[in-house]
Design a protein around this ligand. Structure first.
Ligand code: NIG
Ligand code: FE
Length: 416
């Protein structure tokens, strides 16, 4: 059976261990020893025990993995990596004791980045985003989500989303885009958050849908941002437009945003430091992913941790992401998040790696397409010279993928 399939394959890897993360494979990490993986037309066409495969007569390319480990490509399912400028001064102020809330109240925070993002052209935004995206790609990211949210006018939000789509064309990486116009009330609508929400639903969202610029919609539902009622209005409009739903929930205070998002079958609820058991149960019932963002927790020197034990107990899938942004997580490393997810939040290395593969794919609505080494899924793969998957979590800086494979093709981190 297997060899007939192989006959039509373009490329296959031999002498590899596969960390499949496929729940159908009972071993930890879904590990399969001494299997071959074959690709055809950008997808995984076969995974077979090597001793059942006759290579003689195979016309495609055979890649000798030399005992390496093959994993799914890493997925960063929550970033704000398109933005202008930096907020180093705020970093210094926070180190001197000023809080994120105080800085935001004084016109800094998100609004500072809104000013510097509005000042840039689409091309300039792309140029500033490149090194951040390249850093992610170099360490193994093959899919990334990018949010808008620093434009806050129709033109500037569209500009950000177009810049994100430009990056997708330029790099060997899959980009999911998310409209986060409800990130902060812009100065033009100061004191009129409801009117701004109205503008998002009536003016901006239809444009985004018409131009297919976003795959999902997100809202920062928080005391210093948007209320539950405002969030609900945006979710209703997003659902009607057929877009996925995500939420920044329970980051700085409790409030029921995750449960609200669950009512809209959200793909994910993100941050969740203040999530309670009712919220956990709501996410479970909706099949939503709990996305944990240890970078923001760490940079803001928070002490309250997301309820990992409850999420685990109730079987809510957990994702980890960088939240890469200039204020709370200027950290362009998903590998660092693996490490922080374990050291700071208590995930196991297997949970952490599942959180940036299988569960991150679900958080992007791509669970059928990405995230595991399974026949039929897109062939986004990484080949590592390591013997145990947990080394990807433990050791930072020194381990880089030997090969990156996107849609079955071996690619390089640089621009296409
Ligand atoms: O995910 N929580 C809201 N938004 C970002 C922070 C953005 C910023 O400070 O620029 C976050 O942490
Ligand atoms: Fe965020």
């Amino acid at each position: 059976m297997g060899n007939e399939t192989l006959g039509q394959c373009e490329r296959l890897w031999i002498d590899v261990r596969l960390a499949t993360f496929d729940p159908a494979v009972a071993a930890p990490y879904g590990l399969l020893e001494k299997h071959v993986l074959a690709v055809r037309r950008g997808a995984i066409a076969a995974i077979l025990p090597q001793d059942q495969v006759a290579l003689s007569g195979f016309g495609g390319e055979v890649i000798d993995g030399r005992g390496g480990l093959l994993t799914p490509g890493l997925i960063d399912s929550h970033t704000h990596l398109v933005y202008g400028g930096h907020r180093t001064r705020e970093f210094e102020q926070r180190l001197l004791g000023k809080s994120y809330r105080e800085i935001s109240r004084d016109g800094g925070g998100i609004l500072a980045t809104v000013r510097s993002t509005r000042a840039l052209s689409r091309e300039q935004l792309v140029a500033q985003a490149r090194p951040r995206l390249e850093a992610l790609i170099a360490e193994g990211v093959t899919s990334v989500e990018i949010k808008s949210g620093y434009g806050l006018t129709v033109a500037d939000e569209l500009k950000m989303l177009r810049a994100a789509r430009d990056l997708a064309r330029e790099y060997p990486v899959r980009v999911s885009t998310t409209l986060l116009a409800a990130h902060c009330v812009p100065p033009e609508f100061c004191g009129q958050a409801d009117r701004y929400v109205e503008m998002i639903c009536r003016e901006l969202l239809p444009r985004v849908v018409e131009e297919r610029l976003a795959d999902a919609v997100d809202v920062f539902c928080e005391q210093l941002a948007f209320s539950l009622e405002q969030t609900e209005r945006i979710f209703a409009a997003a659902r009607q437009a057929g877009l996925g739903i995500k939420v920044h929930a329970e980051q700085l205070s409790p409030g029921g945003a995750a449960a609200l998002a669950a009512r809209f079958s959200a793909r994910s609820a993100d941050h969740l430091e203040w999530l309670d058991e009712a919220g956990v149960l709501a996410l479970k019932a909706a099949g939503s992913v709990a996305t944990l963002l240890p970078g923001a927790f760490y940079v803001l020197r928070e002490s309250r941790k997301p309820p990992v034990a409850l999420l685990r107990q109730h079987g809510v899938p957990m994702a980890l992401a960088t939240d890469l942004n200039p204020g709370t997580s200027p950290l362009a490393s998903l590998r660092l998040m693996l490490n922080m997810g374990c050291v700071l939040f208590g995930l196991t290395p297997e949970e952490a790696l599942t959180a940036v593969t299988r569960n991150a794919a679900v958080a992007l609505g791509l669970g059928e397409v990405l995230g595991t080494l399974s026949v039929g899924k897109q062939a986004d793969l990484l080949l590592w010279d390591i013997d145990q998957p947990a080394r990807l979590v433990e050791e930072l800086g020194s381990i880089r993928p030997r090969q990156r494979i996107v849609q079955g093709e071996i690619v390089h981190a640089s621009r296409s």
